[in-house]
Design a protein around this ligand. Sequence first.
Ligand SMILES: C[S@@+](CC[C@H](N)C(=O)[O-])C[C@H]1O[C@@H](n2cnc3c(N)ncnc32)[C@H](O)[C@@H]1O
Length: 261
Amino acid sequence: LLSDSNARLAAARGLTSSRGRRETGRFLAEGPQAVREALRRPDLVVELFATAAGLAKHAELLEPARSAGVPVDEVSDKAAAGLSETVTPQGLVAVCNRFTRSLAQVLAHEPKLVVALVGANDPGNAGTILRTADAAGADAVIFTGNSVDPYNGKCVRASAGSLFHVGIAVVDDPAEVLTAAAGAGLLTFATTGAGAIDLDQLDLAPPTLWLFGNEARGLPEDVLQAAGVRVRVPIYGRAESLNLASAAAVCLYASARAQRP
Ligand SMILES: C[S@@+](CC[C@H](N)C(=O)[O-])C[C@H]1O[C@@H](n2cnc3c(N)ncnc32)[C@H](O)[C@@H]1O
């Protein structure tokens, strides 16, 4: 059992802040699902902390950890709670290396379906979109325009392991994303409730970049201008708009169906 004041444990606690993650290039993957997916890419996993209960309950994860040479340490319930961003800590946390790629890398291999989140700041939405993008067969999710950190604990958790499956890039300036996407042969569709074109009117077979905006403000005007095509998911009832992750699910699956006849 590691002491609660153990230095590696203290360093791992620092990864619950975005500054700690940025400075070390590491993040925490919490819970059996995230840890299982992380261990499929063992080069990413630095170490594993588990409570006695976590070790007993998820014994099947210990063998992959051992064969990958990942150190596994037992920690107290209190220490595990300090590594957790959830109300009910799951007794199992992996310290992982961030694996963000560059914009050029995620666009390099003739991508067909790419998502860019522009200023999205709810980690639950971002993680849900990573999961949906993975499910819809998208190649990459680009976080731009001051979007939430994809390695935020709540985002990692909401992605349910998909964080480890799709390409992720973090790019400051959305304009850079639009230029690179055009260079990679992607059509760009900007989503907004005020879009001139209905989703159902689009030919979605060609390679596509979807742009989604901030939860409250939507996409910035300059991004809407630069993207050209503004697409609306039709609202048939009285809802004012769709939740960001719901809008993304509708658009990404429309693309997936068109691209995979
Ligand atoms: C809640 S909306 C922001 C509100 C803003 N009125 C709007 O419609 O863009 C957050 C994001 O979800 C997406 N979204 C929500 N409802 C949409 C709709 N009906 N059509 C297209 N995109 C939508 C867009 O990406 C938008 O930037």
